[in-house]
Design a protein around this ligand. Structure first.
Ligand code: PEP
Length: 250
């Protein structure tokens, strides 16, 4: 089965040289894994040099965030259009760490629409902080999905990728149980079909949160996911190599 791997390097590594070495290892591993598609989201500063130095077709590049406005007085931001011009084909939107810095559902709505208008694939992250006994987290996820998909035209629904990342499993010691992910994938699919019609059957659903080479295969096999969004393990050469090797024949 074909798996999608989003490598969210976050604010790593510290130098361009190290970023080039990390890219080299990731590319080498993905070239040997025909069934794995890799999208690398480096710190935005490295995007242009990394893209320029990469000659292959196997790996694509993305940004970890971008503004919904095209241009203007937004100090410290980069726009979707700038990201696209720098070589990004994907954009992570609504990552939990961005939401913790103030990104709202309304922002994600505008960012998803901005990305699609430029032919950038939005990777919409959703996930609850904690789970209650009465399923409150499901209402929370539904709201995040509703907002993210509100301005998506029916013909573009299936271009959006949804990454379910429960906040309690990001940067944690353990990933979520794959059986629980399976249930969540069913819930997300059902919600999307309600919101966007049958077109939502084509949306790829990923899992993210403390994935490494040890738990990735079980998550893909039992979690009903099309791939993984990986943080820490994607920013270490040995870890990403082992992870890609592990999932290459799932
Ligand atoms: C993430 O940054 O989205 C993430 C899943 O991080 P980690 O893999 O380190 O938990």
């Amino acid at each position: 089965m074909k798996s999608l791997l989003i490598a969210n390097w976050k604010m790593n590594p510290l130098t361009l040289h190290e970023a080039q070495k990390l890219l080299e290892s990731t590319v080498k591993a993905s070239n040997a894994a025909r069934e794995v598609s890799v999208i690398i989201a480096p710190p935005a500063l490295y995007l242009i040099p990394l893209r320029a130095g990469y000659r292959g077709k196997k790996v694509a590049f993305g940004v970890q965030n971008a503004h919904f406005e095209n241009t203007g007085s937004f100090t410290g931001e980069i726009s979707m259009e700038e990201a696209r011009n720098a070589g990004a084909s994907h954009a992570i939107i609504g990552h939990a760490e961005r939401r913790a810095m103030g990104e709202s559902n309304e922002d994600t709505r505008k960012k998803v629409a901005a990305a699609l208008s430029l032919n950038i694939v939005p990777i919409l992250c959703v996930g609850e902080k904690a789970r209650g006994y009465e399923g409150e987290h499901l209402i929370f996820i539904k709201e995040q999905l509703r907002a993210g998909f509100s301005d998506v035209a029916p013909g573009k629904v299936a271009r959006v990728i949804v990454a379910y990342e429960p906040i309690w499993a990001i940067g944690a010691e353990e990933a979520m149980n794959p059986r629980d992910m399976h249930e969540m994938a069913i819930f997300i699919r059902k919600t999307l079909v309600e919101l966007c019609s049958e077109k939502a059957m084509g949306v790829r659903i990923l899992y993210g949160g403390s994935i490494d080479e040890g738990n990735a295969v079980a998550m893909i096999r039992q979690g009903d996911v099309a791939g993984l969004l990986v943080g820490r393990a994607s920013a270490r050469k040995e870890k990403i190599t082992q992870l890609i090797r592990a999932i290459k024949e799932v």
